[in-house]
Design a protein around this ligand. Structure first.
Ligand code: CU
Length: 590
């Protein structure tokens, strides 16, 4: 590039900026829309900062209101905190107590839940479970001690406000020096945003389960040898399932965003050559699990759901809704890298950029082939079965008949004693496999390293070494065609009995996915240990993505008295009923 060219491109960049400024001037103004850490070209977040959009100290005020939001040519209504999407970063310190006054300027009730923070249950922010909610015009003051450090987030637990933009990051610094060393930090909040109101999305999905799925298999595709074999396809068709139903609401509806920026806005985080950069990545989407990667740059995972893990290097991580991961990356002397968050159904991606200076655009790979589900995703564990000659399944025959001698009914109640059978339970996984060591959906055969849950080992020893005294099964159930989602066959609206825990008891919870979608299951008020590998340093999380047809076990110490929400973090699934209340009571109390 000649100096003249450089000058020219600067002019272009400046003109682009001015025209963007013009486009937004009528609504909110660009600067007003994003907190400083979320603006493109940010140098990152720094400790004890007074950056605009970072709220610190022991007294914080959040104003919840309506704003206009625009990205990539789509625009519409948003629910925001202090006028921004994402909401301001709360940067707090372990060991301190914080008071957060939340004022509701909406015409409907609101609430804020502090996702992953261990707080007293009446400060947990779930209307109807932990407190009454915040009515229009009211202010509710949350007050709680900060008992642990890490990367977390906050979001509304009322209506569909989370999908409309009410989410923001929380960084809690350790009381002592941070043991995860780095030269610079960025926060990346991943989200999905649609100008179609979530209630309208729900209405359309109820009418037709696959409404937003524009990737259905075609006869032409099958004849051309793409997708599943015809036999598989027929077997699936008979069961009224669609192997491309990976996500309910897809890129045809959503704009995928990094810190509120789509591809055109290209959120850029800066680095200097040779630096170790910590990326605090939060999936604040309402319905999108993301595959996260930085092509050409290995990711060293150093924390999951806020808790430090033994560093593990990988190339790609599926970040389920509501999970957070901290990565260390070392970009060296390269000028820029593309940061890619691809929706797991491959209906779209968002690219942000890590760069030495603003104005560069990271490499953007093409969307990869859409994933197609397999028999394992239907809850059929083939590993222990006699498959006949050569141990292979005969795919020329319909799946069910090729497995003679085994009960392969997809709705046999004897495999799920605790499930209330009814129209809301279309299928039960006949042989759910523990899938913690499986690569997640769609990443089974990519030709680089992929993180699995089994790779995660806690850096610090688990606090409660006891073996669980009992175990419970919780089935994730659905009738996808009718858009009915439940736990153990009962939707939350049917008022199911809460799941009771005794204060202090240690329980193993087996989550069994009887559907063909992954469900990110979240429990409030507790961390749990994933049952994978030797005990002692198991990964401690607040959310776990249960792969289709599979199962996940976790051990939990019920050490937080009160009532807690326990639910799928796909917002529309939670609203349809995949939720329970968990009660933690002292011995002898009802
Ligand atoms: Cu779900």
């Amino acid at each position: 590039m000649t100096p003249r060219d450089t000058h020219h491109s600067h002019l272009l960049e400046r003109r682009r900026f001015l025209s963007l400024g013009g486009a937004f001037a009528g609504s909110l103004g660009m600067a007003g829309l994003f907190p400083a850490w979320a603006r493109s070209g940010t140098a990152g977040i720094v400790h004890a900062s007074n950056q605009p959009g970072v709220l610190s100290g022991d007294t914080i005020a959040l104003q919840i209101g309506e704003s206009h939001f625009a990205t990539g040519g789509r625009s519409g209504h948003a629910v925001t905190v202090n006028g921004t999407l994402p909401a301001p970063l709360l940067r707090l310190r372990e060991g301190e107590t914080v008071r957060i006054a939340v004022t509701n300027h909406l015409k409907e009730q609101t609430s804020i839940h502090w996702h992953g923070l261990l707080v007293p249950f009446h400060m947990d922010g779930v209307p109807g479970v932990s407190f009454p909610g915040i009515d229009p015009g009211e202010t509710f003051v949350y007050e709680f001690p900060l008992t642990h450090s890490g990367t977390f987030w906050y979001h509304s637990h009322s209506g569909m406000q989370e999908a409309e933009g009410l989410f923001g990051p929380i960084v809690i610094d350790p009381a002592g020096p941070d043991t995860i060393a780095c030269d610079r930090e960025h926060v990346l909040v991943l989200s999905d945003w649609s100008p179609i109101h979530p209630h309208e999305q729900m209405r359309r999905l109820k009418m037709m389960g696959g409404y937003f799925n524009r990737q259905r298999q075609t006869l032409a595709g099958l004849l051309a040898g793409k997708d599943q074999s015809l036999a598989d396809r027929l077997a699936w068709g008979k069961m009224r399932m669609d192997a491309t139903d990976i996500s309910d609401v897809t890129g045809s509806t959503y704009s995928f965003l990094v810190n509120g920026h789509g591809n055109a806005e290209n959120w850029t985080g800066l680095f200097a050559p040779g630096e170790k950069v910590r990326l605090r990545v939060i999936n604040a989407s309402s319905m999108t699990n993301f595959n996260f990667r930085i092509p050409g740059l290995p990711l060293t995972v150093v924390a999951a759901d806020g808790n430090p893990v033994q560093p593990v290097e990988t190339d790609e991580v599926q970040i389920a809704i509501a999970e957070t991961y901290d990565f260390i990356v070392e970009p060296g002397t390269a000028e820029s890298y593309g940061v890619i968050a691809e929706a797991i159904d491959r209906s779209g991606l968002v690219r942000a950029t890590l760069a030495q200076r603003p104005g560069l655009v990271g490499e953007t790979p093409k969307l990869r082939e859409r994933p197609v589900l397999t028999m394992r995703d239907m809850g059929m564990d083939m590993s222990g079965m006699d498959m006949g000659e050569g141990g292979e399944i005969d795919l020329s025959k319909p799946a069910i008949s090729s497995m003679s001698g085994h009960s392969m009914s997809m709705r046999d109640p004897s495999v799920a004693a605790g499930v209330k059978m009814g129209p809301g339970v279309a299928t039960l996984s006949p042989m759910p496999a523990d899938r913690l060591a499986d690569r997640p959906t769609g990443l089974e055969s990519v030709d680089h390293r992929v993180l699995t849950y089994a790779d995660l080992r806690s850096r610090d020893p688990n606090p409660d070494p006891r073996v669980p005294s009992r175990q419970i099964d919780v089935h994730l159930t659905a009738a996808m065609e009718r858009y009915m989602w439940s736990m153990d066959g009962e939707a939350m609206s049917e008022n199911p009995a809460p799941i009771p825990f005794r204060l202090g008891e240690r329980v193993r919870v087996n989550l069994i996915n009887d559907t063909m979608m992954p469900h990110p299951i979240h429990i409030h008020g507790h961390f749990f240990e994933l049952v994978s590998g030797e005990p002692g340093n198991r990964a401690r999380k607040h959310t776990v993505n249960v792969l289709p047809g599979g199962k996940v076990s976790f051990d939990l110490t019920a050490d937080a008295e009160g009532d807690w929400a326990f639910h799928c973090h796909m917002l529309l699934h939670m609203h349809a009923g995949m939720m329970r209340v968990v009660t933690v009571r002292r011995e002898g109390e009802a």
